[in-house]
Each structure stands twice: as structure tokens, then as C-alpha cells.
Design a protein around this ligand. Structure first.
Ligand SMILES: NC(=O)c1ccc[n+]([C@@H]2O[C@H](COP(=O)([O-])OP(=O)(O)OC[C@H]3O[C@@H](n4cnc5c(N)ncnc54)[C@H](O)[C@@H]3O)[C@@H](O)[C@H]2O)c1
Length: 443
């Protein structure tokens, strides 16, 4: 392979993991970031972000990874550059290209003085049509020709926080949008070398790769909203159980069991916004993205589904509520668009006193006046009248069941498996007909 030195621009949640995975596979990696404190930490072998497996990789492969704020140094000492900078959502629903343009501009300027072919790979999620705009920008800044002096690829990732390292090493497939044959071929070689599961590599033009990227999350969230709709139906039908239904229908190959768990809604930095972007893109080209919009609307209703249980069961302030789990999923400390956090805040706004516990958060890392952190799950439950298991952290399965006695328990993910809890008339597993002795929650 021609490429042995790689630069990674943007050492955030995705970029730092990518840089470390590349270093772990033997590439010499130079990271670039505008945040000098991040650079400092990485160069001292400290991970500035929380992601399982990252710190270990960083420690093990430090010799092959360095970081700098200097684009010239990074570009001149590498043969390929991955760009993983933020693409925040805009009011229209699309993604801003601002940071990407800044980074590409600097890469272009650095390339001006660099002899030989260079491969540029954009990993950040962008709106369809963006790549066609970036090729001329790079040509203008570098005074070089795309497809001859440098190659440009779009190579988005489909990873989930908490599982980023594994997701990079073992993806279901690799998606490549390419400016030309050589660029795509070189990137495919890197990915084949890095991935441990020999994934299929789908190569295509820019726009098809761009549409494919936002389609994946839109489709996956549609399955989640479908399962949540089924769960809501089951809560209102005596004898119904969403798990039995999704386990059965997931066996149908046309449906599949992944992401078909009826529970709380989805959250995080990607799922909600990718769906809105999909609908906005469809509208922009004169098509109808109703399915994506409806998926999003269903997701927006999920917190209300829980607060209706409170109304129905006559649970009201000054009762105290414990929320177990605030992150948008287990294995991460990210709370962006977290349904658990939205639920906690909604109940706080209704006058409930809210106590929280999350294995990845403390009052110091998550400053808030409306939520009171407890040091353990047990302490959180003991302090409250109603307890909500909002994020399915494994540790919650091991909570001593005696602390739940005399509490109302809303188990959004049905992870508590102690019979004493399950048989209690105060136990509400989402997605199951609420205890026959208690009238079903009506819409
Ligand atoms: N995090 C994920 O799970 C995930 C998954 C799939 C796709 N993505 C996409 O990847 C991109 C990055 O996401 P993230 O979560 O890693 O973001 P992040 O905010 O965690 O990290 C971005 C990093 O880029 C740096 N940066 C900003 N402008 C820069 C510039 N001009 N030059 C150098 N560095 C710069 C920031 O300082 C930060 O360290 C986004 O487009 C996102 O949609 C993220």
C-alpha cells in the first residue's frame, strides 16, 4: 500500500477514535485540532473524551500518534487526510458545512507546497450535494487538480457512541463516495486493512454516498419509532407484550430484529438530526419526506407517554422522582437529545423533585440546578417515591431488589428481572399491558 502516514483533522468523539484505530493498525498518525488543550492531552497519552476502549488504545500505540494545531506539519507529513470536524444542524434541518470548509481550505493551502499525490477523505456527515462543492474549493486553495494531483472521498461512519472503536474495526459495510477510481481504490485499501471483518465496500459517486449515509439513520429510526408505537399499543391491551411481538416479527428476514425494541425514544447527536435532515433534503428536491418526519414526530411524543402514566396513576408533586440513567444510551457520557434527560427535565418543570443517578455522570461533570445527583443507584431510589429506569445500563440489573419495595417503578427497558419487583402492582414495564389490577393507561 502507498499510504503509511495518515493525518486526522478533528480529534473529537469520532476523530480521536479513528486516529487511534489507524495507529493501532500500524499507520503513523498525526492528529490536528483547533483545541490546544485537546492536543496537549493527546500528546500526554490522556484521552480528552469518554469512550470504551479508547484510553487503552491511546496508551498502547502512543508512539505512532502525535497531535498538533499545525495543518502544514500534518499534511506535509502524511499521504492521506481524514476530516472529522463538526457539521452542526442548521435551522432548516440541514447540516452546516462551515467547519468542513475551514478545514478543507487549510488542507488546500498546505497542499499547495506539497509534492506528490494526496488523498483527502471526509468522514463528517454532510448533506447531499456538499462534496461536489468541496472539490473546487480544494482546487482553488491548492492550485491543484482533483483526480490528478489529489483525490477526494466521502467515507461516513455508521458507528454509535459507546461502541465507536468496535464499530470502526467491524462495520457492517464501508461506504465510499469517490472523485475518481484512484481515490476510491486507495481508501478501499486502507479500510480493508483496518477492518477486521472483511466488510463489503460499496463504492459510488458522491451524491449516492451522501444520500445513502442519511438514509441509514432515517431507516433505523423508523424501525425504532415503529417498535415504540407497538409498545404503546401493548400498554393499552390486556395481556399484550411488545417483546413477544417484536421477537417474533424480527425473525422475518424482511424486518430483522435489530433496533426493534419497544421502549423510550431514540436520542444522541446523530439519530434525531439525521432524520430531520433527510426530510429537509427530500423537501428541497421537491420530493416528500413524510416518513422521516412522522418518525421524528413519534419520537417527540415519547416523554409524554411516560408523563401520562403519572397522571393516570395519580402521581403528583410533592412526590419525589428518581431517574436512573441520563445519558442517551449506555456506554457513553453524552446526554445530547437524551430522552431520559428530557423526561427528567419535564417532570422537574411540573414541580416534582428529581433525583438522578448515572454511572457516567456526576454533579461535577453535569452541572444542573433542577436535578439532584445521588452517588449510587440505591441512594437515588431510596430518596424517592417513584423510580424510572430510563437508560438501560447493565449495572441497573444488579440493583438489590429490596430498595424498590414500596416504590412505583417505571421500567422503560424492562431490565429489572426480580420477580418480587415484577409482580408488584406498582411496577410499570413499558410495552406491556400494565398490571391487570390497574386499568390500562389510555391515550
Ligand atoms: N460522534 C458520533 O457518534 C458520530 C457518528 C457518525 C458521524 N459523526 C459525524 O462526525 C462528525 C464529527 O462528530 P464528532 O462527534 O466527532 O464531533 P466532536 O464535536 O466530538 O469533535 C469535533 C472536533 O473537531 C475539532 N475541530 C473543529 N473545527 C476544526 C478545524 N477547523 N480544524 C481542526 N479541528 C477542528 C473540534 O475541536 C473537536 O475536537 C460530525 O459530522 C458528526 O455528524 C459522528
Amino acid at each position: 500500500m502507498r499510504i503509511s502516514n495518515i493525518s486526522v483533522v478533528g480529534l473529537g468523539k469520532l476523530g480521536l477514535c479513528l486516529a487511534n484505530v489507524l495507529a493501532s493498525k500500524g499507520f503513523s498518525v498525526i492528529g490536528v485540532d483547533t483545541d490546544a488543550s485537546k492536543i496537549n492531552q493527546v500528546n500526554r497519552g490522556i484521552s480528552p473524551i469518554f469512550e470504551p476502549g479508547l484510553e487503552t488504545l491511546l496508551q498502547a500505540h502512543r508512539a505512532r500518534l502525535s497531535a498538533t494545531v499545525d495543518y502544514n506539519q500534518a499534511i506535509h507529513n502524511s499521504d492521506a487526510t481524514f476530516v472529522v470536524v463538526p457539521t452542526p444542524s442548521e435551522p432548516s434541518g440541514g447540516f452546516s458545512l462551515g467547519y468542513v470548509e475551514q478545514a478543507m481550505g487549510k488542507i488546500g493551502e498546505a497542499l499547495r507546497e506539497k509534492p506528490g499525490y494526496h488523498l483527502i477523505v471526509l468522514t463528517s456527515t454532510v448533506m447531499p450535494g456538499s462534496m461536489e462543492h468541496l472539490a473546487p474549493l480544494l482546487e482553488e486553495r491548492s492550485s491543484k487538480v482533483c483526480g490528478r494531483d489529489f483525490g477526494l472521498c466521502y467515507n461516513p461512519e455508521f458507528i454509535a457512541l459507546g461502541n465507536v472503536v468496535r464499530g470502526l474495526l467491524r462495520p457492517d459495510f464501508v461506504l465510499i463516495g469517490e472523485s475518481d477510481e484512484r481515490a476510491g481504490q486507495e481508501l478501499a485499501q486502507i479500510q480493508s486493512y483496518v477492518c477486521e471483518n472483511d466488510p463489503p465496500i460499496e463504492r459510488m459517486n458522491f451524491v449516492n454516498a451522501e444520500i445513502a449515509k442519511i438514509s441509514v439513520n432515517s431507516f433505523v429510526t423508523m424501525k425504532m419509532s415503529y417498535a415504540n408505537t407497538l409498545a404503546e399499543i401493548c400498554e393499552n391491551v390486556v395481556g399484550a407484550d411488545v417483546d413477544q411481538i417484536t421477537t417474533a416479527i424480527g425473525k422475518d428476514k424482511r424486518i430483522g430484529s435489530a433496533y426493534l425494541k419497544g421502549a423510550l425514544g431514540y436520542g444522541g447527536p446523530c439519530f434525531p438530526r439525521d432524520n430531520i435532515a433527510f426530510a429537509s433534503f427530500a423537501k428541497g428536491v421537491g420530493a416528500q419526506g413524510d416518513l422521516a418526519l412522522m418518525t421524528h414526530q413519534i419520537n417527540e411524543r415519547q416523554v409524554k407517554r411516560i408523563t401520562r402514566i403519572f397522571v393516570k396513576e395519580n402521581l403528583h408533586p410533592p412526590m419525589k422522582v428518581g431517574v436512573l440513567g441520563l445519558t442517551y444510551k449506555p456506554g457513553t457520557n453524552v446526554t445530547e437529545a437524551s430522552q431520559a434527560l428530557m423526561l427528567a427535565r419535564q417532570l422537574a418543570s411540573e414541580g416534582f423533585e428529581i433525583f438522578v443517578y448515572d454511572p457516567a455522570l456526576t454533579n461535577d461533570s453535569f452541572r444542573t440546578d433542577e436535578l439532584r445527583f445521588k452517588p449510587t443507584a440505591e441512594a437515588c431510589i431510596e430518596a424517592t417515591d417513584v423510580c424510572i429506569v430510563a437508560t438501560p445500563w447493565e449495572a441497573f440489573k444488579k440493583i438489590n431488589s429490596s430498595v424498590f419495595s414500596d416504590k412505583f417503578v417505571i421500567d422503560c427497558w424492562r431490565i429489572l428481572n426480580d420477580d418480587a419487583i415484577r409482580n408488584s402492582s406498582r411496577y410499570f414495564p413499558l410495552g406491556k399491558s400494565f398490571n391487570k389490577k390497574i386499568p390500562a393507561v389510555l391515550a
